[in-house]
Design a protein around this ligand. Structure first.
Ligand code: HEC
Length: 131
């Protein structure tokens, strides 16, 4: 189940260097090399795709030591325990909605790129599997 992790970043970087959606945010936010673009039917892993995004953009406030809103987003179990995602139903998942509406991270914090948000959506849509 690890093979696609190698294949997808190549496809992703090809898509990015083909370059239609370069945003200012991408300059400030280091890209997560293993993040999948989502879609295409390929699985999106938690450890390789979603967790790095959550750790980078949410972990500072949503960790065991700083559980803003009583939510820890640093591990698979804690993300599920937050009750903020519904596997298979990204449109019913508050975590996805808050990222897509830019309610989270809050103003003043670095923002994930649209591609990174799409990774989270794709992972939830695919059932929010452990990996
Ligand atoms: C700078 C600190 C900070 C960062 C970074 C941050 N949050 Fe939050 N978050 C908060 C605070 C404070 C609350 C609780 C108060 C509130 O709901 O506004 C909260 C609440 C939430 C909630 C719960 C809302 C509810 O109705 O209970 C979700 C979901 C959430 N954040 C998701 C995220 C995600 C996903 C990220 C990263 C993409 C993120 N947050 C990044 C500070 C942060």
């Amino acid at each position: 189940m690890r093979r696609w992790l190698v294949v997808i970043p190549v496809a992703l970087s090809a898509a990015v260097s083909g370059g239609c959606m370069v945003q200012v945010d991408e300059v400030a936010a280091p890209r997560v090399p293993t993040a999948a673009a989502g879609g295409g039917g390929a699985g999106v892993g938690f450890v390789g795709g979603v967790q790095p995004v959550l750790l980078e953009f949410c972990g500072q406030c949503h960790s065991p030591g700083s559980k803003s809103g009583d939510i820890d987003l640093t591990t698979y179990d804690s993300v599920l325990a937050s009750g903020m995602i519904v596997g298979g139903a990204p449109d019913n998942s508050k975590l996805v909605a808050m990222m897509e509406t830019k309610a989270m991270p809050p103003p003043g914090s670095p923002k994930p790129t649209p591609e990174q948000i799409a990774v989270v959506r794709a992972w939830v849509a695919a059932g929010a599997q452990a990996d």
